[in-house]
Write a new protein. Structure first.
Length: 384
């Protein structure tokens, strides 16, 4: 009988569940309590923020799995224009008569929708998102079930969509309907939506900020996960792998994936595999290369030229940077540089390290900036 094929247990891609959701037990428990405790429980309305790679999408995926295990229906969306309309369409019955007529685009709060300039109407189509969710909940609640809606990348949502969703959830919650709503996004989401007078309801959402995972938890997770696939990761190799992650959730996946892959290839003829320090070092190097492509590059792409200038000035230091020194390197006064310091702190790209000091919040960003400094300056039109 052929030996069953063991696959790599680490999944370093957006939204894939890791083998162990380490360091997130409290958040998961809060959400489970929300499902258990009924309408109005804090865990049923939650906002999750964090920098890229901290596991926001993974958390939404796990929330949906937990809700579905209890018989709930789940609907997920990634924010972009037309999100409320797409949610409404997902709530519609699968079958229905369609009639078409050429009309201008209309809003989600009126009947029908727009499809390339073609107006369509569906029989018994609810007039609003609120009514659509109410009708779906009428069916679900008869069986003791509920509806979970998750929104990812909420900082990129269109305001009209967020207003429609926020007012819908507010009304349904006030009616004690069996609904839960979780939205996740970059830290800029908070300042963009929570200060909007029309969306004050969202301020009451339970805030969860995803940060780094304790290294003791990372070490144990590595040990358990490698062991579960018949590999032994211990000693110097385990220590090297653990510290290379810096507790950064996405880096945990990258390091685990690449070390496992290297060890599997190098020792495939062996009956049992013990990961060597050479395997660990090679895997970490591969992981760092991928981190730059998947996290550092996209993070910098979303920043302004002055933001990047600030970061390049920081990258000249081997550790925490003096804000006065950064301003001096930028050729600007402290007040001007402080505006960008605050922007970057809010975006969780950098963090305060005592009075007058800042450091990078994203692991290995300093090294990436140094390695790609010339390209970053040229692409952003930055001059010294």
């Amino acid at each position: 009988m052929p030996k069953s094929r063991i696959t790599n247990p680490f999944k370093p891609s957006a939204g894939h569940l890791p083998p162990v959701l380490i360091g997130r037990d409290i958040i998961l428990d809060d959400f489970q309590e929300g499902l258990d405790n009924g309408s109005g429980a804090p865990g049923r309305l939650m906002r999750i923020t964090g920098a890229r790679g901290t596991g926001k999408t993974v958390m939404l995926t796990e929330f949906r799995r937990m809700a579905e295990q209890q018989g709930w229906q789940t609907i997920s969306e990634t924010a972009s224009k037309g999100m409320a309309q797409r949610l409404l369409e997902k709530l519609q019955p699968k079958k229905g008569n369609l009639s078409f007529s050429f009309e201008p685009s209309i809003s989600v709060m009126s009947m029908g929708g727009s499809l390339g300039g073609v107006h369509y109407e569906q029989s018994r189509m609810p007039l609003t998102l609120r009514e659509a969710m109410s009708e779906r909940l009428d069916v679900l609640e008869k069986h003791g079930n509920g509806l979970l809606v998750t929104i990812d990348e909420a900082q990129a949502a269109d305001r009209d969509d967020m207003v429609a969703i926020a007012t819908t959830v507010q009304h349904l919650t006030s009616e004690d309907r069996n609904i839960a709503f979780v939205f996740a996004g970059l830290p800029s989401m908070a300042s963009k939506w929570l200060n909007d007078d029309v969306m004050t309801f969202l301020r009451r959402a339970q805030p969860e900020r995803l940060g780094d995972v304790p290294l003791t938890d990372v070490s144990q997770a590595f040990t358990d996960t490698f062991t579960s696939t018949g590999m032994l990761l211990e000693g110097e190799a385990l220590s090297h792998a653990t510290h290379a992650t810096a507790g950064y959730p996405f880096m945990i996946q990258l390091v685990g994936y690449h070390i496992w892959r290297v060890a599997k290839r190098r020792h495939q003829q062996e009956d049992s595999i013990t990961v060597t320090i050479e395997d660990a070092e090679t895997g970490v190097r591969d992981a760092l290369s991928r981190l730059g492509d998947t996290v550092h590059g996209p993070e910098l792409d979303g920043l302004s030229p002055i933001d990047k200038t600030y970061l390049l000035a920081m990258a000249q230091d081997d550790g925490p940077s003096s804000t006065a020194a950064i301003a001096n390197r930028m050729g600007k006064d402290a007040q001007y540089a402080n505006m960008y310091r605050m922007r970057l702190i809010e975006a969780q790209v950098i963090e305060e390290r005592g009075y007058g000091k800042v450091d990078f919040a994203i692991p290995y960003l300093r090294e990436y900036l140094r390695e790609h400094a010339a390209y970053i300056r040229m692409a952003g039109g930055i001059t010294d």
